[in-house]
Design a binder for this molecule. Structure first.
Ligand code: NDP
Length: 286
């Protein structure tokens, strides 16, 4: 089970695990439903008690599944969902949040994120988010897929500094945020929530897990290369990563990755094999 050293404090004092659980594509396959629910519940038991979902995922099917998985555990879970950009204004934002709450079978979210930036003015979204906070439907709000300029704009508008996090793509094979966005967020005490920390299952992941350096470090820790990818996201205290795992085996491996501490030398070797770009690159997204 992950322990206290695997947790971080938000500026408001909330304690969060540095490895949580993603749920994209969960609930899509009826034959896997029981296994996915059991995986999420086991994850909470093992200390990965932040669960991330979105109204977009499976058109609400992911939220329905999460709603079922957290029954009896609601108080132990830090629940995150996201609103579509085209739903993120005025009455529609309030309605979307209400529909997410219904599917999740709860009366509040711990965090509600704008999934990515769309055409609705940020001012309108922030007003709506603050209204949801005052109604007690969400404890906090944040954004996702915002690059530095978007973040600067957000913090410049009334209420914008209440933004709790920016959920962005980040893994060993995609380190662009380290040029500007991550340091900027750090200086404003806005933690990064790293999505796709295992680089999903495509060729980018292959490049990381087949690297000699990653394999060497993995065998030194008797771990898998994917566990090293997760342990790497934990080398800094203000990054929360949210791998998605839908089997017990993967959940157990991901929680165990939280117990791996990479040495400085290992981190240097990984820096050499997977360098930070030398200049600002556009934010990677999926
Ligand atoms: P991940 O990088 O988390 O990779 C998920 C894949 O890795 C799945 O195929 C999963 O398989 C597999 N996996 C998980 N653990 C292990 C393990 N220990 N060993 C081997 N394979 C493993 O990709 P995601 O894109 O799902 O990102 C994570 C979460 O981030 C999403 O689920 C979602 O909640 C969020 N997200 C947010 C976005 C945004 O725009 N804000 C965009 C993308 C993701 P299996 O399911 O079989 O366990």
């Amino acid at each position: 089970r992950m322990n206290q050293s695997n947790r971080m404090l938000l500026p408001d004092g909330t304690s969060l695990p540095r490895i949580g659980q993603g749920t994209w594509n969960m609930g899509d396959d009826a034959s896997r439903r029981e296994e996915e629910i059991a995986a999420l519940r086991l994850g909470v038991e093992l200390g990965m008690d932040l669960i991330d979902t979105a109204e977009m995922y499976g058109d609400g099917r992911s939220e329905l599944l999460v709603g079922e998985a957290i029954q009896g555990l609601r108080d132990q879970v830090y629940l995150v969902s996201k609103v579509y950009p085209h739903h993120a204004g005025n009455e529609q934002l309030i309605r979307s949040c209400g529909e997410s709450l219904k599917r999740l079978n709860t009366d509040h979210l711990d965090l509600y994120l704008l999934h990515w930036r769309g055409d609705i003015p940020l001012e309108e979204t922030v007003v709506g988010m603050e209204k949801l906070v005052s109604q007690g439907k969400i404890a906090r709000w944040g954004v996702s897929n915002f690059d530095v300029d978007d973040m600067k704009e957000l913090l410049g508008i009334a209420g914008g500094t209440h933004c709790a996090t920016n959920q962005i793509l980040y893994h060993l094979g995609s380190r662009g945020i380290e040029t500007e966005l991550l340091p900027w967020q750090r200086s404003h005490k806005i933690p990064v929530m790293a999505y796709s920390p295992l680089a999903q299952a495509g060729s980018l992941r292959k490049g990381v897990i087949e690297s000699e350096v990653v394999q060497e470090i993995a065998s030194a820790h008797q771990a898998t290369p994917l566990q090293i990818m997760l342990a790497w996201t934990m080398r800094e205290e203000d990054v929360i990563s949210i791998p998605k795992a839908s089997s017990r085996k993967h959940v157990i491996e991901n929680a165990a990755a939280g117990l791996i501490t990479l040495s400085n030398e290992e981190i240097w070797k990984l820096d050499e094999a997977f360098p930070i770009p030398s200049w600002k690159v556009p934010l990677d997204m999926i």
